[in-house]
Design a binder for this molecule. Structure first.
Ligand SMILES: [Mg+2]
Length: 224
């Protein structure tokens, strides 16, 4: 038990749930496009267009999504290797992210993850610096749900054994994820890059709490 815990007022929130891309790790749209083009050079004409318009790439097993985009079994291993190499490089915590996750746990918060991602991330997760830091991890490609579907937030809350109003969601706003969190009763914090306009139109008029670094979440939580 930490010092003085008995004298502290009851905290409203018990859990903090993070988005992954452009929240805990950087998302480089140009790097991602290069990787898809590299895959396209192997997979052949029309792949890039089919992949970019795929509705299953983030909510289905990778091989299934690639097959739907026209990748034959014979090219599957080579293409998966290209994708894995790209994702391994990308799955690197932003400054202060790991320390903040540890500090949240030390303070008694439960820590969750909800990410819209391909199965590459699921595969690489155990060997990443994030392994073992979360109480619940929800990967869209594993659960077959995407943000802002209310069920994906509720699933995470259930895994954490908290009510939605006891949880705070932190994300960059892609997939309308902040409003989605609020619609199920969670609080939401926007993370944005200092001095840059928001990437997503749906958060252009975000009036809720915001941070520019992951460690900044700690001080915002004190005010919520
Ligand atoms: Mg994101």
């Amino acid at each position: 038990m930490r010092d003085g815990v008995e004298n502290e007022p009851a905290r409203r929130h018990r859990a903090v749930v993070f988005d992954l891309w452009e929240t805990l790790i950087d998302w480089d749209p140009e790097g991602a496009a290069r990787m898809v083009a590299q895959v396209g050079a192997v997979a052949g004409d029309g792949f890039v267009e089919r992949w970019n318009s795929s509705t299953t790439r983030y909510v289905a097993p990778l091989r299934m999504a690639l097959a739907e985009a026209g990748v034959g079994e014979g090219l599957m291993d080579e293409i998966c290797a290209i994708r894995l190499a790209y994702h391994r490089k990308a799955l690197v915590p932003r400054p202060g992210a790991v320390d903040t996750l540890r500090e949240l746990k030390r303070l008694g918060f439960l820590v969750g993850l909800i990410t819209v991602c391909s199965e590459d991330i699921v595969r690489l997760w155990p060997e990443s610096d994030f392994a073992g830091l979360f109480d619940a991890e929800v990967f869209s490609s594993q659960v077959g749900l995407s943000k802002p579907d209310p069920r994906i937030y509720l699933h995470c809350c259930e895994l954490l054994d908290v009510e939605p109003h006891e949880a705070v969601f932190v994300g960059d706003g892609a997939n309308d994820e902040l409003a989605g969190a609020r619609r199920v009763g969670m609080e939401a914090i926007l993370i944005e890059r200092e001095g840059e306009d928001p990437l997503w139109p749906e958060i252009a008029d975000w009036a809720g709490p915001r941070v520019t670094t992951i460690p900044g979440v700690l001080s915002v939580l004190e005010r919520l």
